[in-house]
Ligand binder design. Structure first.
Ligand code: SIN
Length: 486
């Protein structure tokens, strides 16, 4: 791409950021990055091999030695500066994101603010790395517990939130005193490299925040086979998370995994239907259906089923499919051809088993990576759409009869990231919130992501939490000091 539409052209980097320097792969190898909406090549990025990755780990180890000795206030100030720089450059960051990821520009701007909010949250939290004092077992003994940084940390981040999934990890790591090597998705490296540029501007010392690009398998193996790396945080599929966790076993690296979901969205007869439809739209169609917390299965009770379907179809008719840069676009290109084919597969599988298309065109008529929103009724739990994340704008409705059945259907999955339900009955609200086997539950709320709240799942949706107090603890170790003879 010849001229990028950026106000600050220096934000666009085609090299990796290691030890405070912008570097190419030693071999000179590169990967192309394209715009998923047009297929146009945006640029190239270095294809790092194992030795380049080891170099980045060594740089992070040096950075760690300096960073761990800074005061919490200094770390907080740096993170706060980084946050402000993200706000100052929010238009450019959003432009880069829409170019490489495809999401509508308004959503990209929203993501920049969401991503920046993690830096602000952890800038504040950095000052609260409190320990404990505990009464000793004899009068001359004191027990003190301090919080220490885990050490060099690695992050492997996904393409669906090119900025927020980095700041959610890096904000916590840097606040705790860790250094970090980030490997962004091959599809969306430019937002990550722009964040590295801003970290440099924010005065974060060389080696503390590093961004490397290339083959995920080689880089993942190198990060997990290094005894220097003490922590890995990964956001992505359960299949890849399982492999990485096994690899981390070699050096007993600490792991945080934010993996796949299969979110139920339950609408009870006593729900406020307009509120439920607004929540359904926000949850299902955010990022064109490409989030781990997107509603994946709508469970709607008999008494409101038809009214909900009709209101949802009406709301869906107002969605606008188009290029992420076009005015008014709310749904844009999916990330690649494989994503389009997955939606088509889930659709065909559901139709073959008796589902009915009540709104939207045939997904098989998709142009390029653009899939129009589709609504299906008559879904059942045996269909692929109920068993796997669709990660696209295909919504399917299961009809249910009673509360126990809804809970059974909702929990009948190996996943446990996010769930949503709508009810105006306070007794039901507590019962259902308690019974859902999920790490996060939206109650009369379709958007639950928030830097102050612990984000993460149970079962095969992952380990650990991001954001909130818990997010920083993932990058800390407790050290117990036992002082005797005092
Ligand atoms: C994800 O889809 O992995 C993250 C979504 C969020 O942070 O809201």
């Amino acid at each position: 791409m010849s001229q990028l539409p950026l106000q600050s052209a220096e934000l666009f980097h085609q090299n990796c950021y290691v030890g405070g320097e912008w570097v190419a792969a030693t071999s000179g190898a590169k990967l192309e990055v394209d715009n998923p909406a047009s297929g146009e090549i945006i640029g190239n990025i270095p294809d790092f091999d194992a030795s380049d990755t080891q170099h980045a780990i060594a740089a992070a180890a040096e950075g760690f030695q300096q960073w761990r000795r800074t005061s919490a206030t200094t770390r907080s100030d740096h993170l706060y500066r980084w946050y402000q720089l993200m706000l100052d450059h929010s238009d450019d960051l959003a432009t880069l994101m829409t170019l490489e990821q495809g999401k509508p520009l308004a959503e990209a701007k929203g993501e920049v603010l969401y991503a920046a909010s993690f830096l602000r949250w952890f800038a504040e939290e950095a000052r609260r790395a409190y320990g404990d004092t505990i009464p000793g077992s004899t009068p001359d003994q004191h027990i003190i517990v301090t919080r220490q940084p885990v050490g060099v940390s690695a992050a492997i981040t996904p393409w669906n939130f090119p900025a927020a999934m980095i700041t959610r990890k890096a904000g916590a790591a840097l606040a705790a005193g860790c250094s970090m090597v980030v490997k962004p998705a091959e599809a969306t490296p430019y937002t990550a490299l722009a964040l590295a540029h801003l970290s440099q501007q924010a005065g974060i010392p060389a080696g503390v925040f590093n961004v490397i690009t290339g083959n995920p398998v080689i880089i993942g193996q190198t990060l997990t086979s290094s005894p220097t790396v003490r922590k890995l945080s990964f956001t992505g599929s359960t299949a890849v998370g399982r492999k990485l966790m096994a690899q981390c076993a070699e050096h007993i690296q600490k792991v945080s995994l934010e993996l796949g979901g299969n979110a139920p969205f339950i609408v009870f007869d006593d729900a406020d239907l307009d509120q439920a439809v607004a929540g359904a739209m926000a949850s299902k169609f955010r990022n064109t259906g490409q989030t781990c917390v997107c509603a994946n299965r709508f469970l709607v009770q008999d008494g409101v089923h038809d009214a909900f379907v009709s209101k949802l179809a009406d709301a869906m008719s107002k969605l606008q499919l188009g290029d992420g840069f076009a005015e008014g676009t709310t749904q844009s290109a999916l990330i690649n051809r494989a994503a389009v084919e997955k939606v088509q597969q889930h659709y065909s599988n559901a139709i073959q088993q008796g589902a009915t298309r009540v709104f939207g065109p045939e997904p098989h008529d998709a142009q390029g990576n653009f899939v129009a929103p589709v609504l299906l009724t008559g879904i059942n739990p045996d269909m692929q759409i109920c068993q796997e994340e669709t990660f696209g704008p295909l919504a399917g409705i299961i009809r249910f009869d009673n509360e126990a059945q809804a809970i059974q259907l909702a929990n009948d999955t190996p996943y446990g990231l996010a769930a949503y339900f709508y009810s105006q009955n306070i007794h039901r609200v507590w019962r259902v919130a308690d019974a859902l086997e999920y790490g996060m539950v939206g109650i009369n709320e379709g958007i639950i992501s928030n830097p102050s709240a612990p984000f993460g799942g149970v079962k095969e949706s992952g380990l650990g939490r991001e954001g909130a107090r818990e997010g920083m603890a993932e990058y800390e170790e407790s050290k117990y000091l036992c002082m005797g003879g005092a």
